[in-house]
Design a protein around this ligand. Structure first.
Ligand SMILES: *Cc1c(COP(=O)(O)O)cnc(C)c1O
Length: 380
């Protein structure tokens, strides 16, 4: 009999969330407004260490409104890491602006801070500064903010932090999401904490929070009739989903700890294999361990990344290649890229292992056995 499927990063909800959800339902705050929304926002603002949080229907919606708040308009340029999920770049396109893609550093798989500085310097020289810089905290590990913020401050370009994968991570003791003009969180079903679909914009800037709240509720003016001075969006999160989010925030420390244990287990159980290199952990911070990823050197291991993926699938285990860089995506074929070889290599050799916080010891053993058997099988 085949064993049950192991998913990459499934939702992990319990009686804590169930109780809060049913209480919200019974309260009749079944609307994109209500006490659970306020409490969920307060919990996120507190964790990130900023004054304001606005709950939205997705991380992508939060990115869209963050870019508007940063002043991005049609024809503008925005620097975006190439190695990311498409949403980071899509939000730029929604505004008729163009992303310029930057390569990653192998030290953290995040955007290379030197490339951010070089691109800003070159563009300043041509009088073509980008309207904003987007950073992404990849797989739950912060980008290197000290040099990135130095470069952004030098040229007066606002930073938007896509911390969709990094809730609960820190950089030099400061929380992911707190580094830019605005930070973006995601509560999609595959993230470290979920509302079944949702997002959050976090910021210290009261006027940004006010503008985003206004735009997210159809830009309706505070008068009795429906008055609109600008075009708005319907981007607020439901109060029911915020109730689930409140429970997830209570359980976040335990869920991060579970993912950390899984990450360390994989390192201990697979780290001796030749040709396997886990995602590096930079000394500047503490990642949330959203996904445990590794690079495969097929020559040394005697098996390729895709052979490992196939062996895992055969055991009914879901794993995935790492993100396909934006500069290699057909949708972004016409965009400028600075570098790109690092991101391409991370994609061609990278593998994400099942990392959910409800993963059991038995699940981990199944993953490890499948990976080890393909390595041994190919060599023997
Ligand atoms: C998940 C994710 C998003 C989008 O979040 P949604 O809530 O799914 O819209 C944006 N950026 C990155 C890097 C992500 O991983």
């Amino acid at each position: 009999m085949t064993e049950p499927r192991i998913y990459l990063s499934p939702p992990h909800v319990t009686d804590v969330e169930r109780k809060l959800l049913l209480e919200a339902f019974d309260s009749n705050w079944v609307a994109p407004v209500g006490p659970d929304l306020n409490a969920f926002e307060a919990a996120c603002a507190e964790l990130v260490g900023v004054r304001h949080a606005v709950a939205l229907s997705s991380g992508t919606a939060a990115l869209h409104l963050a870019l508007i708040a940063a002043g991005v308009r049609r024809g503008d340029t925005v620097l975006v890491p190439s190695f990311t999920f498409a949403a980071s770049a899509n939000a730029v396109m929604y505004l008729g602006a163009r992303p310029v893609f930057l390569d990653s550093t192998p030290e953290s798989w995040n955007v290379d801070p030197q490339l951010v500085a070089d691109e800003l310097r070159d563009r300043a020289g041509r009088g073509q500064l980008p309207r904003a810089v987007v950073t992404v905290d990849m797989y739950g590990q912060c980008a290197d903010y000290q040099p990135i913020l130095e470069a952004c401050d030098r040229y007066g370009v606002p930073l938007i932090e896509d911390a969709a994968e990094a809730l609960g991570a820190t950089y030099r003791g400061r929380a992911a999401g707190s580094f830019g003009l605005a930070g973006v969180l995601s509560f999609n079903g595959n993230k470290i904490a979920t509302t079944g679909g949702g997002g959050m914009l976090v910021t210290d800037d009261g006027s940004v929070a006010q503008q985003v709240r206004h735009l997210a509720t159809q830009a309706r003016e505070p008068v009795a009739h429906y008055e609109h001075r600008t075009v708005g969006y319907n981007y607020r999160l439901s109060n029911l989903l915020a109730a689930v989010g409140r429970g997830q925030m209570q359980r976040l420390p335990a869920m991060i700890e579970a993912r950390r244990i899984t990450a360390e287990h994989y390192r201990a159980a697979l780290g001796d294999l030749p040709g396997i290199a886990f995602i590096p952990v930079a000394s500047y911070g503490v990642p949330n361990r959203w996904l445990t990823c590794l690079l495969v050197d097929a020559g040394k291991l005697g098996a390729s990344r895709d052979q490992i993926l196939a062996a895992l699938e055969k055991e009914n285990i879901e794993a995935r290649p790492t993100w396909k860089p934006m500069h290699l995506q057909p949708a972004y074929r016409d965009c400028v890229v600075r570098g790109g070889a690092v991101a391409a290599d991370l994609f061609h050799r990278g593998l994400c292992l099942p990392s959910g916080s409800a993963l059991t010891g038995h699940d981990r053993d199944r993953v490890v056995t499948a990976v080890r058997s393909v390595a041994a099988g190919q060599r023997g």
